[in-house]
Design a protein around this ligand. Structure first.
Ligand SMILES: [Zn+2]
Length: 243
């Protein structure tokens, strides 16, 4: 019911979709991991796009929502040459070239080669960037054409690690659930009701690259407290996502 109300609220509200609550410290204060500087450049979230997003969530996940329940962060590269090119692929609400369905594809963030971070939707607006994981994943695109290009770009990687660390500490996402698009099928949060899409993935950010990425993410430092789902052995609420 709450999910339905949130979905309805998202449909009728001119405001950005309601975002999942961020964690607070034991004292009730704000999380101490600094949010990196982010430039907002939202794609148009029209009523039609919100309706298409809700229909997508129902069709693929059996959920009545346009909001992500954040358990995973998926790293991508764009196969485009600029933030502009990426923005203009995501902005129109048209069927994508590969799977031919609406809403149009998007990711919540894209990072330029310069290291400048752009936010394209509210953090937890449900975007189509990774089949099987869109209900649970925040997507970060990196302008570029290969794992090696992004990993070798210091400015872009520094920004990526700062953004990912802020997101994972805010939403209590362990490092192991920071994955590359190419690792999507092995995520414990992968769900897909459309049988023909259950093995669908892409080859951006392979395990070898992501092992290096996760190493650097760990080196960037722990979150102020251990993620809640690592405290005690049975918490793992995310492991019981939609079926
Ligand atoms: Zn991708």
């Amino acid at each position: 019911m709450i999910a339905l109300l949130l979905a309805l609220a998202a449909l009728v509200s001119p405001q950005p979709a309601r975002e999942a609550p961020a964690r607070t410290s034991a004292a009730g204060g704000a999380v101490v991991v600094a949010r990196p500087r982010v430039t907002r450049r939202f794609i148009p979230l029209t009523q039609q796009r919100r309706r298409d997003t809700a229909a997508y969530a129902r069709r693929h996940y059996g959920l009545d929502t346009t909001t992500v329940t954040p358990h995973v962060i998926v790293e991508h590269w764009t196969q485009t040459d600029s933030v502009d090119a990426t923005y203009y692929i995501f902005a129109p609400n048209v069927p994508d070239a590969e799977l031919h369905e609406r809403p149009g594809t998007c990711s919540q963030f894209v990072i330029a080669r310069s290291g400048r971070i752009f936010q394209l939707t509210p953090v937890t607006f449900l975007c189509r960037h990774t089949v099987g994981l869109n209900w649970a994943a925040i997507g970060i695109e990196h302008v570029g054409f290969s794992d090696g290009e992004v990993l070798g770009n210091r400015a872009q990687m520094d920004a990526s690690l700062r953004l990912t660390r802020w997101l994972r500490c805010t939403y209590e996402i362990p490092v192991r659930d920071v994955i590359g698009h190419a690792e999507s099928l092995s995520s414990p949060f992968h769900r897909e009701r459309v049988a023909s899409l259950r093995q669908q993935t892409h080859d951006d950010f392979q395990p070898t690259a992501m092992n290096r990425y996760r190493e650097r993410l760990r080196a960037a430092g722990d979150c102020p407290r251990p993620p809640a789902r690592l405290r005690g052995t049975q918490a793992a609420p995310g492991r019981t996502g939609p079926s």
